[in-house]
Design a binder for this molecule. Structure first.
Ligand code: PBG
Length: 332
């Protein structure tokens, strides 16, 4: 490539006017690139604000359906659901995850009944919202999360969600072999068309704190999740995780958290011709809101710039707690 040199080359020429900037813009973002995570709680006509996520609430199923309608109206294609499980429904083995009448199943069925294929419902597979210890799986006597017995429960959880009408099963637990086990079980039960979006490169991150408040596991969690979630120092390992999950039958993969891991989004996109999603997690949302509250930045601009950055890095869509706000800004 030969390039002119200054002053024949003036890169500012194409940036001078709005119409010209629009014409050369390399990356687009629209509401279709947003997935909205929502928290479900028990009760009727109940909204419970989450203190560490200002602007985010848990919704009872009836109000959740209204939020789903808001999402459809704003052009959002998919919701990601997470339950707040009451303490008396939590247990050592997370059995509530298998209850066909649990909050996730009721929420999924209610949204599908009301809206059908106007919007997708993604359900999270992992035991942390249901365990009394806040870990994503079953523990041995030493407190280690045991892989294979956990996978068996996760398969049951995934089937439970599938029967309730989930469109996308999203295992966020980081056990080995769970994608393949879930894929085989879905096929065997006649759910061959349900997608699996695996949280393939999920890091043991300090950015998940407010989420754990939202699902009620923060105070319960002892220790950390470093024996199953990835070390933030590693990038090659993310490629091995993605390769493994795709080989086992994942339709798409996710990188999580988001902004501190944009290099991983780009790396995965360059190595695999599959849809890659990024999760702008709760701590990232809280950071933006804290910056806004401190007068350090303007919300709309911060939100749109960060979401655009995910797209530039190669993400098909972004899970973001700002999704509804952003979709409205972007205009359906
Ligand atoms: C749990 C799960 C977590 C998140 C999504 N699924 C938390 C964790 O791994 O401890 C975090 C999402 C967020 O912080 O917004 N399986």
């Amino acid at each position: 490539m030969t390039h002119a040199a200054f002053p024949d080359l003036r890169l500012r020429r194409i940036r001078r006017t709005g119409w010209s900037r629009a014409m050369v813009r390399e990356t687009q973002i629209s509401p279709a690139n947003l997935i909205w995570p929502l928290f479900v709680c028990a009760g009727e006509r109940t909204e419970e604000p989450v203190a560490s996520l200002p602007g985010v609430s848990r919704w009872s199923v009836d109000l959740l359906v209204e939020r789903a309608r808001d999402a459809v109206d704003a052009g959002i294609p998919c919701l990601a659901l997470f339950p707040y499980t009451e303490a008396d429904r939590r247990s050592e083995n997370g059995a509530e995850a298998l209850n066909p009448d649990n909050l996730m199943c009721r929420a999924t069925a209610a949204i599908k009944d009301a809206l059908g294929d106007a919007i997708g419902v993604l359900t999270d597979v992992a035991l942390d919202p249901y365990t009394s210890h806040g870990q994503d799986g079953l523990l041995d006597d030493a407190g280690y999360v045991v892989n294979d017995p956990t996978v068996e429960v996760l398969v049951g959880q995934a089937l439970n969600q599938a029967r309730a009408g989930a469109d996308i099963i999203a295992p966020s637990d980081m056990m080995d072999g769970r994608v393949g086990a879930i894929r085989r079980a879905l096929e065997a039960e006649g759910f061959g068309n349900i997608q699996i979006m695996s949280y393939a490169a999920k890091y043991a991150s300090a950015f998940y704190g407010p989420f754990r408040d939202a699902v009620g596991s923060r105070g319960l969690l002892k220790g950390d999740k470093k024996t199953y979630q990835m070390d933030p120092a590693n990038a090659e390992e993310a490629l091995r995780e993605v390769a493994q999950d795709l080989a086992e039958g994942a339709d798409s993969v996710m990188v999580k958290p988001g902004l501190p891991y944009l290099d991983i989004v780009r790396l995965v996109k360059e190595h695999f011709a599959v849809p890659v999603y990024a999760y702008q997690v709760s701590g990232e949302y809280a950071m933006i809101e804290a910056a806004v509250a401190a007068g350090a930045g303007e919300r709309d601009a911060l939100v749109l710039e960060t979401l655009l950055a995910f797209r530039r890095a190669g993400a098909s869509a972004v899970l973001s707690y700002h999704a509804l706000h952003a979709a409205r800004l972007l205009g359906a």
